[in-house]
Design a protein around this ligand. Structure first.
Ligand code: GLN
Length: 201
């Protein structure tokens, strides 16, 4: 089977490692380019995207990550990880850059303007029953390009969210991202979807 890495310079790395463990998938924390070389796919966890960006530069992981993603390595970003995989970022800190890969514009801390954190049952395309989605100072997807599959939306709770609600889960080829934290709790279906993507590629 494949080896799935977890970007481990910052964020809730352990929760993702546990989810992979429950699925019986070989998992490797990735802090150095040599470790990135050994994985078939990569999860970028929740945490703080601006810190991830800084540390990825300091540890000289940013360019290798960009190269692997551009070369088609499957990747799954959750919350801060979604920000890292987005091509375009709104409300980043001064100088903050993403790795890119998914043709989306994300707005950082987007829900935080109304409410910092919330949990909700969420229908996700490809899963037969809703997930219990935990949002913590979460981004949302403000724009998605034509190649992006929208997997989930949070129903509109305010007029400015638009009638269809905000996009909170996407897929583009071997890249997946969620605004929420599927690594929290014991529901491993989204990790299973990702591991299947890694296995297929
Ligand atoms: N607000 C964080 C960021 O900007 C994301 C929060 C999270 O990952 N729970 O990266």
């Amino acid at each position: 089977g494949p080896t799935v890495g977890v970007f481990a310079l910052q964020g809730d790395v352990r929760e993702h490692l546990h989810a992979l463990d429950r699925l019986g998938t070989r998992a490797l924390p990735v802090r150095r380019p040599e470790e990135l070389d050994r994985v078939d796919g990569l999860i970028v966890p929740g945490g703080e995207s601006s810190t991830m960006d800084k540390l990825a530069r300091i540890f000289e992981l940013r360019e290798p990550l960009r190269e692997r993603i551009a070369a088609g390595m499957p990747a799954f970003g959750t919350c801060a990880g979604m920000i890292m995989l987005a091509d375009r970022l709104l409300d980043g800190i001064e100088g903050q850059e993403t790795l890119g890969g998914i043709d989306i514009t994300v707005r950082r801390n987007a829900f935080g303007r109304q409410v910092d954190s919330f949990e909700t049952g969420l229908a996700v395309d490809g899963l037969d029953a809703p997930v219990h989605a935990v949002f913590i100072r979460a981004p949302w997807v403000e724009e998605a390009g034509a190649r992006v599959e929208v997997l989930a939306r949070v129903p509109a709770s305010a007029p400015e969210h638009g009638a269809a609600g905000r996009i909170v889960a996407v897929r583009q080829g071997p890249l997946m991202a969620t605004s929420f934290h599927p690594e929290v709790g014991n529901d491993d279906r989204l990790h299973r979807l990702f591991v299947d993507l890694v296995t297929q590629s």
